[in-house]
Design a protein around this ligand. Structure first.
Ligand code: DAH
Length: 361
């Protein structure tokens, strides 16, 4: 028996000296093989327990030595692995990283909604046009068919810009009260292009005019002295009210979901004839009627109509040849419907607790 044990110890000694591991997983396999409860070294100890007393005295020391040899070899291998180039690379600082973590910002809900509106209409050929916020009476009212003494002018409480030398009120310089003013600018520019270079001028006009507008209102949860609109305008030969309805139905479904229904109610705007206001089915109650839609099943979202021939003519467009539609929607209104923001003031107070809720997509 002792010869057999001697051989086993010699073989395991040789094994211990030859141990190699390229990874901690490999090292663990070796530990299991030799030192775990059922490992080869441990089994020798189990065998040792069955020896008669006199033999125990002979084999105790070499067995302990063998076990210690394995433990030291394992520790050496472990230290080697920790110090390996691969490990050192992982621990090394990444010099391309910024010193402090960068908190990712979020986009303003009004920007998100405006971009979405533009995206939806751009898919049916609309491009974006821009115009000034400080405007003159002519572009905001006059060319849009507001007669000088027309009561419609009182519909909008306007901020007039006072002249520096002596106060003259009202001046004809004002903060635009709606983005419809941009219509007059793009239509005038287009009619000039048509006259100057009929060959190369675009044969129709299809624009969106997003922007900020101003009204002299007391600030509250439901009204503000500035807010945002997107104006839409399409002028071509043979544009009809059916085209308008179809474009708006497409928009409503894209913006609020495929189940959305629209309804057009007759209304009045000086610059469109006929005019309408558009409601969408309330997406909270699915049109059944709830507190949000005041029991009607519908919520109002925009004004629209066929561009009044007087407006076309004031911009130099022949109303016998061209017709068109226009619509104007409030960005805050759409954002309210999408995100249920109850207080308009949140949009301009820059409270990060509010803004952080809108993750950029
Ligand atoms: N300008 C209107 C407003 O500010 C909105 C509007 C209504 C625009 C009808 C339009 C339109 O182009 O056709 O309340």
């Amino acid at each position: 028996m002792s010869e057999l044990l001697k051989d086993k110890i010699a073989k395991l000694n040789a094994d211990a000296l030859a141990l190699q591991a390229k990874s901690s997983a490999e090292l663990e396999v070796l530990r299991q093989k030799y030192l775990s409860k059922k490992g080869e070294v441990s089994l020798l100890f189990d065998e040792f327990k069955t020896f008669p007393k006199e033999e125990k005295a002979q084999w105790g020391a070499p067995l302990n030595q063998l076990k210690r040899l394995f433990e030291t070899r394992m520790q050496e291998l472990k230290d080697q692995l920790a110090d390996s180039p691969a490990n050192r690379l992982n621990d090394a600082p990444d010099l391309t990283r910024t010193p402090d973590p960068i908190a990712l910002g979020t986009r303003h809900p009004l920007s998100l909604v405006r971009e979405q509106i533009i995206d939806i209409f751009s898919r049916i050929g609309f491009t974006v046009a821009d115009g000034p916020e400080v405007e003159d009476d002519k572009h905001v009212f006059g060319m849009l068919n507001f007669a000088p003494e027309h009561p419609a002018r009182d519909m909008q409480d306007t901020f007039f810009v006072e002249k520096e030398n002596g106060i003259q009120k009202p001046t004809d310089i004002l903060l635009r009260t709606h983005t419809s003013s941009v219509q007059t600018r793009v239509m005038t520019a287009w009619s000039k292009a048509l006259n100057n270079d009929p060959e190369n001028a675009p044969h129709s006009l299809r624009v969106l005019c997003p922007g900020r507008v101003f009204r002299n209102e007391a600030i509250s949860a439901r009204a503000h002295c500035f807010f945002h609109q997107v104006e839409g305008l399409y002028i071509d030969k043979n544009v009809s009210f059916a085209d308008l309805r179809q474009a708006l139905l497409y928009f409503a479904k894209e913006m609020f979901g495929p189940e959305t229904q629209i309804r057009l109610r007759p209304s009045y705007f000086p610059f469109t004839e006929p005019s309408a206001e558009m409601d969408i089915s309330c997406d909270l109650c699915g049109g059944k009627g709830c507190a949000f839609c005041k029991g009607t099943g519908w919520v109002e979202i925009l004004g629209c109509g066929m561009v009044d021939p007087n407006v076309l003519e004031s911009c130099g467009i022949d109303s016998n040849v061209y017709t068109g539609y226009a619509f104007g929607l409030g960005v805050e209104r759409i954002a309210n419907l999408k995100y249920r923001v109850k207080d308009l003031r949140l949009f301009s107070e820059n409270d990060v607790r509010f803004l952080e809720q809108f993750q950029s997509c």
